[in-house]
Write a protein that binds this ligand. Structure first.
Ligand code: DGJ
Length: 546
């Protein structure tokens, strides 16, 4: 069924109601997002699932055969989920003729390796550009119009205003989801789908200047958008709220200096919604969109203007109800700040792309402090598992090796709000950070040498889980952690009863080493290994001040 881009038929609510009811009846057990206590988690086969993920490089899933080498390696490296591109030009090389052989082989291979997949739909846009659209789309600029830059230059970027483009993209995506339902609904190897990739307008002026875009930009803001924003003022990002004029008629009047970006967000959001809606009608897996984040001082157009990042998320919520959530690709230094901003905007925390070199600490922060349902550094197929060329230590594979046996503990702790995390760098604004958990304050600073007291590492991170009353699992490296009683709880004094370095063997904790004397600073702090990721079990005592 083709759905018009801008208008809903009058009978839509009734039809939609029946449709939702029947889909629900058939799909109660499909992967879904659910709020579980303090956490928003991904539910797979009825139980929470934690994505220990990694995204493939762009040229790593263009053939079926690449799966045979890459997936076994990632399974050996303790990944449980791989994010892989599905390219429109390979899926539909001729209009209406689909070839599912590549995703099918990746799914088969993932199953053999006990891995899950998240599919990335590289449709009309990937990093704002349209390189992954099929030739028959790219060569027909009348049916599939392009964007125009402010200086009049035609861009090699499809316009979100192209109704033919939205129909063709939606049809291809729906075909993929239809096929997936038949191929995978029973096993659910594929957990979620990303709709497009880092969309937004890249070009001078931050807005498409084609005639049709200019006409719509001068026209009144659509009533659906203004009434939705009016009803949900709390969703507006502070930067938009500061200029927002609900009485404004035009984009300029309503959004002031953010008008261009707001306009592009609405147009891209409508397009993405049409794609996601068509896909969900076939197979309603959770669907999200990722965003390229602006670097400091970048202007819209230097980064993809109107992409789905928090500045304009309220507009996406109005335009794209079929998209479940939004996710940041974090390559900039302020990882925690971006995670927090997405979480504050109501998203479950899922980081589909992040720097591989900083992944170990950021993973501990994401799962521990932000309750992430998944984390996934980029280009993970480049990690070596060749003992002759070992990967940097600790690497993301070390983190996943430590977390794999305790996934259920982490999920339970996220649900009960009994987990924290932090990450510190030599360049961090503050030399120490503190998290509060289970009646104690864990104050961490970077490991130092003794007796010179110089920094022993530039990076440290930890995840702390309340395992039992007064007992904590601390997973990390590169930190010295002093532990104090939280004065907001009572006036007791905290002491360390024992610190053990442990590993989990077939569900049982095995003590590898007890840390005493010089290794616990005479019982005063947890001294992590400066470079190797370890799991420590810390037992604490409290006693009265007098
Ligand atoms: C973000 C994109 O989403 C990825 O596909 C990739 O291009 C990285 N940037 C950078 O390599």
């Amino acid at each position: 069924m083709e759905v018009p881009l801008r208008r809903w038929p009058k009978y839509a609510p009734a039809v939609l109601g029946c449709f939702v009811a029947s889909v629900f009846a058939q799909t109660q057990d499909l992967p879904a997002l659910r709020t579980q206590g303090a956490a928003q988690q991904l539910i797979v086969h009825g139980t929470p699932f934690l994505i220990l993920g990694g995204e493939l490089g762009n040229s790593s899933a263009g053939t079926a055969g690449q799966a045979d080498e890459i997936l076994p390696k990632l399974a050996r490296l303790h990944f449980n989920t791989v994010l892989m591109p599905v390219a429109w030009d390979q899926l539909e090389p001729q209009e209406g003729r689909f070839d599912f052989s590549i995703p099918d082989h990746w799914i088969d291979t993932a199953r053999q390796q006990n891995l899950h997949l998240v599919l990335l739909w590289f449709g009309s846009w990937k990093n704002a550009f349209s390189e992954y659209a099929p030739d028959w789309v790219l060569s027909d600029t009348r049916r599939f119009p392009r964007e125009i830059s402010a200086d009049g230059t035609p861009l090699e970027i499809l316009s979100p205003l192209g109704e033919g483009t939205a129909r063709a993209d939606s049809r291809a995506f729906a075909a993929l989801m239809h096929h997936l339902r038949a191929y995978d609904a029973a096993q659910q190897t594929v957990l979620m789908v990303q709709v497009e990739n880092e969309i937004g307008f890249l070009g001078v002026g931050g807005r498409d200047r084609s005639d049709s875009a200019n006409r719509l930009f001068q026209a009144p803001v659509p009533a659906e958008l203004s009434s939705d924003l009016g009803a949900h003022r709390e969703r507006l990002a502070p930067e938009i709220a500061a200029h927002f004029n609900s009485d404004g008629r035009t984009w300029q009047q309503m959004f002031g200096e953010h008008a261009d970006e707001a306009f592009m967000a609405w147009e891209y959001g409508l397009f993405a919604n049409q794609v996601a809606r068509a896909g969900k009608a076939e197979y309603p897996l959770p669907m999200y969109m990722n965003a390229q984040l602006p670097a400091p001082f970048e202007q819209g157009g230097e980064y993809p203007s109107g992409g789905p990042y928090p500045l304009v998320q309220a507009i996406y919520r109005a335009a794209a109800p079929s998209v479940d959530f939004y996710a940041p690709d974090i390559y900039w230094p302020d990882f925690a700040a971006w995670v927090d901003r997405y979480q504050a905007a109501g998203n479950p925390v899922f980081v589909p792309e992040a720097r591989l070199d900083e992944a170990p600490g950021n993973a501990l922060y994401a799962y521990g402090e932000a309750g992430a349902l998944g984390f996934s550094p980029f280009a993970v197929d480049s990690i070596s598992d060749d003992p002759a060329h070992p990967a940097a230590s600790p690497g993301i594979a070390d983190v996943y090796a430590a977390l794999s046996p305790i996934i259920q503990t982490i999920l339970d702790a996220q649900e009960k709000n009994q987990i924290r995390g932090l990450v510190l760098h030599a360049t961090s604004a503050r030399p120490a950070q503190t998290v509060s958990l289970g009646g104690f304050l864990f104050r961490a600073s970077l490991s130092r040498t003794w007796p010179a007291r110089q920094l022993a590492t530039n990076d440290g991170a930890m995840m702390v889980i309340e395992n039992a009353p007064n007992e904590f699992l601390v997973i990390g490296s590169g930190l010295t952690v002093s532990i104090l009683r939280d004065p907001d709880v009572d006036e007791q004094v905290a002491g360390i009863a024992s610190i053990e370095q442990v590993s989990n063997v077939k569900g049982q904790w095995v003590t590898e080493r007890r840390l005493n004397g010089d290794q616990s600073d005479q019982g005063r702090s947890l001294q992590m290994d400066a470079h190797e990721l370890r799991t420590y079990r810390v037992r604490l005592i409290t006693y009265p001040r007098r």
